[in-house]
Ligand binder design. Structure first.
Ligand code: PLP
Length: 679
């Protein structure tokens, strides 16, 4: 099924005549073209088209929303006491479209016309799929209108199938009328499909006769074939993927891997046009969904100014504004912002700053860094040094610097004879023992507060983080909170530290900072730390660190918009009922004996699969059970990425309850498919 969304450069340019003409020509060519008029205000275009094209569809189905007054929909419908619901339009469209080979959707007004607040004609065009046909008036002034519409279509990620000029007057054709199509073709770089002559009579046969040869149907119907095979071949030839056994990747599995082409809200769309729910927020980064208009716009606006300038010796507007915003939302006491471009560097910067602070201030023995078992702070060597996941880190042991690892039990598997949550507090006690003996040699403790993500969504009982903080204070050791994963609303609060009113000395943020748009990271710290670097240059106590793209203006501009959206769209407030909904929905997984544990903090979820629920026996890692369940979930339209035997659900905070239900449903079906048997 092909869909064409017919939009105008203005109102009254001949959209309905164009729809009629295309319908007549397509039907004459033996193609079953249906018509859809999502919203109608004023004249009865839908009746007219149904009647002239002899369509059997019911009028209400062709036109789900209709208001009497000829006004923009966002005004006409409220005045008529009708509540427009875009999802209902899409559902109605799907029903009609199922009956036809080709769908002609006639928009109302132009692309920027709003339907309801925050949702315009271009959004509808995108949600209905298909390509745009832009209808332009023939005559003076059309070049500007047409080019603006083409530009806006491109900006909104819509594909233009072509431009059709429509003669709505039948007047004499002057130079403008004769030269416009050619001029637009050259300037817009999209095909001009032809000109619809003035239609004196509107019955289908006559329209078809009158327009025959005037519109290039071949060009209209030609769709570039999907180029997935070519992309996959190039990928396999040239690309080395992260955290991937490339031997497996290179193995020829039909339909795998997917090539992502675009995104929309909670969905990723592949190069064949198939849609998948993005259940891992594109590896924990997407916050407000893909292609959020506000974030798109922030990026575009900044691109219109400058993409990059250096922070070495210069300031830039977005980096300055963002720093103030970050300090505004971060736990109190964090007053200085140091930028970098990924989570690993944000942690390394904190480690280096903590270490150098003590060097700078004369406590030269405070050099050791303490981290927890199963910790993950990134993949560069400094952050691997404070990493505690053997699968990732073991091979580099001789390459990294020495640290002190603090045993931190997993909340699901208490050591023999120990009970949750007591054993977690035993880790706190062990930390105190360590500090009593060695605090004079310890520079900092680095933690992932409350949720140890990469370890498999290990979650701490309430109070543990607070205890760590108090011990750090008591023994004057810095607390580094790596909120790369937990930051920006993931756990239900802006930062996980807030949940226990913890004020770290360093806060590392990355992943969600730009809403998932661009790589950016920041290390926030206190005035005390900052002041520990204020010396004359000759004393050589400067923080000698900086990445080329530090404070990149594009990334900072999107990050500002991301933070503003939290407030404007009341994201955290709206998230709470969705967190509760997700918890309830996850209950259904308990019917499977292989589901050993379901762990959740906000929109961070780990579902741990086990061979035996009572004994908590893990699946042998060689079975790749997590990976196989996630692969199966693809069949049900959901993309996920596991951590060993743990299925990770990390939906964008913007995911709706209906989408959350679909996502969990897919996990359920996938578990059933791969492991089977319920109780
Ligand atoms: C992802 C992650 C990192 C590393 O971030 P990158 O941007 O991949 O370098 C560090 N810490 C935590 C807690 C993370 O989840």
């Amino acid at each position: 099924m092909k869909t064409f969304f017919i939009t105008g450069t203005d109102t009254g340019v001949g959209k309905t005549y164009t729809t009629l003409a295309l319908g007549a020509l397509l039907r004459e060519a033996g193609l079953d073209a249906g018509v859809f008029k999502p919203v109608q205000s004023g004249v009865g275009d839908a009746e007219f088209l149904k009647d002239r094209l002899g369509l059997a569809d019911n009028l209400r189905e062709i036109n789900p929303y209709c208001a009497k007054e000829p006004l923009s929909p966002h005004i006409a419908f409220p005045r008529a006491g009708i509540k427009l619901v875009p999802a209902k339009i899409i559902a109605a469209f799907d029903k009609v479209a199922a009956r036809h080979e080709i769908m002609l959707v006639e928009g109302a007004g132009g692309l920027l016309v709003p339907l309801v607040k925050g949702y315009g004609m271009a959004d509808l065009a995108r949600d209905l799929g298909g390509r745009l046909v832009i209808v332009a008036r023939l005559g003076l002034g059309t070049i500007n209108h047409t080019l603006l519409t083409v530009r806006e279509a491109r900006r909104q990620g819509l594909t233009v199938a072509g431009i059709i000029f429509c003669d709505t007057t039948g007047g004499r054709k002057g130079i403008a009328e004769q030269t416009n199509p050619q001029a637009v073709q050259e300037l817009a770089d999209v095909p001009v499909l032809g000109t619809i002559p003035f239609l004196k009579q509107t019955d289908m046969a006559r329209v078809a006769r009158c327009c025959r040869g005037q519109i290039d149907l071949k060009v209209l119907l030609a769709e570039p074939p999907p180029d997935t095979a070519r992309l996959l071949a190039l990928d396999k030839q040239y690309v080395w993927h992260p955290f991937t056994q490339m031997q497996d990747w290179l193995a020829d599995v039909p339909g795998k891997p997917l090539v992502i082409d675009r995104g929309a809200g909670s969905y990723l769309i592949d190069s064949d046009g198939k849609r998948y729910l993005d259940g891992s927020s594109s590896l924990w980064v997407t916050v407000h969904g893909h292609r959020h208009p506000v974030l798109d716009e922030a990026l575009q606006r900044q691109a219109d100014k400058i993409a990059h300038s250096t922070m070495l010796g210069l300031a830039n507007r977005p980096a300055v504004e963002l720093a103030a915003k970050l300090v505004g939302i971060a736990p109190q006491g964090l007053e200085k912002v140091f930028y970098s471009d990924n989570g690993s560097t944000s942690v390394e910067i904190a480690l280096k700053m903590a270490y150098q602070y003590w060097q700078n201030t004369g406590q030269k023995k405070k050099t050791a860094l303490v981290h927890l078992a199963n910790s993950y702070h990134g993949d560069t060597l400094g952050s691997v040094s404070v990493g505690g996941i053997d699968l990732f880190h073991q091979v580099y042991r001789k390459l990294v610097f020495k640290t002190i690892e603090l045993d931190m039990p997993d909340c699901y598997r208490a050591p023999a004879g120990k009970q949750y949550p007591d054993h977690a507090f035993e880790a706190v006690a062990r930390f105190e023992e360590l500090l009593k003996k060695k605090h004079a040699e310890i520079a900092a403790l680095v933690v992932e507060p409350i949720v140890q993500g990469a370890a498999g969504m290990i979650m701490w009982p309430a109070g543990v983080l607070r205890c760590f903080e108090q011990l750090c204070r008591k023994y004057d050791v810095f607390l580094i909170a790596d909120e790369v994963a937990t930051g920006f609303g993931r756990t239900g609060t802006m930062f996980a530290c807030e949940q226990e009113a913890v004020h770290p000395d360093f806060l590392c943020v990355a992943k969600g900072i730009t809403g998932g748009y661009l790589p950016l990271a920041a290390t926030l710290t206190t005035r005390r730390v900052f002041d520990g670097f204020l010396f004359s240059y000759q004393e050589m106590k400067t923080f000698f660190h900086g990445h080329t793209y530090t404070g990149n203006p594009l990334a900072c501009a999107v990050a500002i918009a991301n933070i503003d959206l939290f407030k404007q769209a009341r994201v955290l407030e709206k998230l709470q009922p969705k967190i509760a909904f997700l918890s309830r929905r996850l209950e259904c997984l308990k019917a499977y004996p292989c589901v050993g544990d379901i762990r959740q903090r906000g929109f961070m979820v780990g579902v741990e699969l086990v061979v035996d629920r009572q004994k908590k026996t893990p699946f042998p890692w060689q079975e790749r059970i997590g990976a196989r369940v996630c692969e199966a979930a693809r069949q049900y339209g959901v993309l996920l990425r596991p951590l060993g035997n743990v299925i990770v659900l990390m939906p964008p905070l913007s995911m709706t309850c209906a989408e959350l239900a679909t996502m969990v449903g897919a996990v359920e079906k996938a578990i059933d498919h791969v492991v089977g048997q319920t109780t």
